[in-house]
Unconditional design. Sequence first.
Length: 338
Amino acid sequence: MPIPKWCKAALGAVLVAGALAVAAWNISLPFYSFSAGPIGDVVDALLIEDATIYPPNGELYMLTVALQEVNVYEMIAAATDPHVDLVPRTAVRPEGQSDEDFREAGLTAMDEAKATAVAVALEELGYEVALTGDGVEVAGLVEGTPAGSVLQVGDVITAVNGVEVNLAPDLTNLLSSLNIGDRVSISLERSGSTETVEVTLVEHTEQPGRPMVGFLATTRNLHTLAPPFDIEIDTSNIGGPSAGMMYTLAIIDVLSEGDLTAGHVVAGTGTISSDGSVGEIGGVRQKVVAAQAAGAEFVLVPAGNYQEALTAKINSIEIVPVADLGQALAFLRQLPAA
């Protein structure tokens, strides 16, 4: 008995649909999903030699986001999840950057954050230390920004609008005081010569309302001068600079008598600059959600991220905005004993 034409057509449609479903699963879209990532006790990550340690009674948690490329199904799931944000791939990594280069850039940013945290914490504790670098190196360019036509990978920026910059976090801090649309003068070293270029600041791809030049920044020849003792921070394979403030607080806590946490569970996120400024970060909503899930009573966030943090779907944690290390310490020092 011959197979009816309608049956053949239906079978063909099923096969086509199946093929399309498989293709949709295997094809990555030009987006990343931001979701709550793992947390870690920053005190446990510290390795300090030849110093008296004062373990805290409470907890200091650093926060992360899970970053994942998505296919069609994952994009639909992320779009319907209030705890997940979708971000264009070009807002996270420069076009054409390899997976390995992307990973290395994140690890380099973490190394800079750790070095800055050590220097800032020891200075707060009264030690004479200095964090130095030979300028801010252009490690990658963000596609479609004005910087792409005037900067080159490998350029070393030494000043912006006549203000000397030696460290990548300090450049970020300097730019935060400017506005989107401002035209800035950048002094740089390129192939052994000194040049000056002008660039118009554009809106940050990850943090709306914040200006950026449009490149990935690392410090050239970063090192700390005259630390009084060895401090190492074990970060495993976590990348990025956003744990800088929490590492700074943890070092201050364990090297000081008393207990900054007063026995409470405190989480936080934010970059740290050499002057103690706390800088904005990406994924703040997801980090607040992670803090609540971990049982934190308070979460410290950069002042510039505060309004965005308030949009997180949480109900049992206090969000505390801080603009610098001084504000973070002042909040912790007024906490009543748990």
